[in-house]
Design a protein around this ligand. Sequence first.
Ligand code: KG4
Ligand code: ZN
Length: 333
Amino acid sequence: MAIETSCDDTCAAVIDGSRILSNLVSSQAAFHERYGGVVPEVASRHHLELVNAVVAAALDEAGTNLAEVDQIAVTQGPGLIGALLVGLSTAKALAAAHRKPLVPVDHLHGHVAANFLEPDPLEPPFLCLIASGGHTLLAGVRDESGFEVIGQTLDDAAGEAFDKGARLLGLGYPGGPAIQKAAEVGDPEAFEFPVAMSGKGLDFSFSGLKTALVYKVRDLGPEEIERRTGDLAASYQQAITGQLLAKLRRAAQTGEWPAIALGGGVAANAELRGGTQSLCNELGLRLKLVPISLCTDNAAMIASAARYTQGIAYPDYLSFDAFGTERRPLRAA
Ligand code: KG4
Ligand code: ZN
C-alpha cells in the first residue's frame, strides 16, 4: 500500500507485484483554482482531512486490509514539505500500528517507476522525460532501483510555465490543458518566443520564456490579446514543447537508450506526445506512454518504486523526516 501527498493530490494505492489493485486520487484542484496555483498551507490542511478516507477506500477497492499488506510505502520528497509530512506521518502511524516495514520513496523515482506497472511494463534501459508543475528533468534509467539525472531545469518547471502563461493570457488553471485547447485554433508561428538553452547541454530553462510573454502581453494590450489568444497560446506552447523535444532529441541521439518514456502532467500535452512519437519513429526507438492517470501524481507509481527500494523495519523509521527540495542522489554519481 502506498500514500502520495507531495503536492495537491491526496493519493493511495495498492499493488500486487506489477499489478494495480487500486489507485485512488482525491484532487484538490477545485480548492486551488481560485488562487491560480497550489497554496501549500491549503494543500496540507486538505490532505489531513482526506488522507484516512482515501487510504481506507484504496484498501477497500483492492479487497484487502492493513494486516494483509506486506509493507507501506510513502513519498518522502521532494515536494511541499507540509503536504509531504501529512502523508509521511500517516504512513508511519499505520505501519507502526501494524508493525509493518515502511518504504520511503523519492517522488521522481515514482514517476520513473510508473513505467514498470501492468499492462506492458517497460524494461530498462530507457530515457524518461518527467515534466510537471513541480519538476522537469531527463532521467536516464539503467535499472529499476533508481535513475541518473542527465538534465534538469535551472529555474521553473515546464508545467509551471504553462500555468503562469495561462494566467497571463486569462485562460484559467491548470494552465496546460487551457493553453493546449486555446492553441488548437492558433498559429504556432504567429509569435516568436525564445527557445532557451538551445545550444547548451541537456538542462532546461523556462523563466525567460515566461518573461517574454509578460512583455508581449504588455505590448499587445487587452483587446489584441483577446483577439489573438489562439496564436499566442499556440506560439507559447510550441516554445515550451520545442525546448523539451530538443533536449529529448539530443539525449536520444547518443544511441544509448532504446526507448523513451514520458511522465508528469505535461506528458498529457498532445504536441509533446506527437513530437516524441515522431522523434522515436525517426530514430527507431520505442515510445512508452503510460495512461494519463499514471503520468500525473498517483500512489501506484510510488508503490511501484517501493518494490525496488529498501524498506525499513519497525521502529527504525519513526525518526524519519520528509525532504522538500533537496535532491538526494539515488545512486553514487
Ligand atoms: O504531475 P502533475 O499532475 O502535478 C505535479 O505538478 O506534480 O502535473 C500538473 C502540471 C500542471 O502544471 C498542468 O498545467 C500540466 O501538468 N498539464 C499540462 C497538460 N495537462 C496538465 N501541460 C500541458 N499540456 C497539457 N495537456
Ligand atoms: Zn509529480
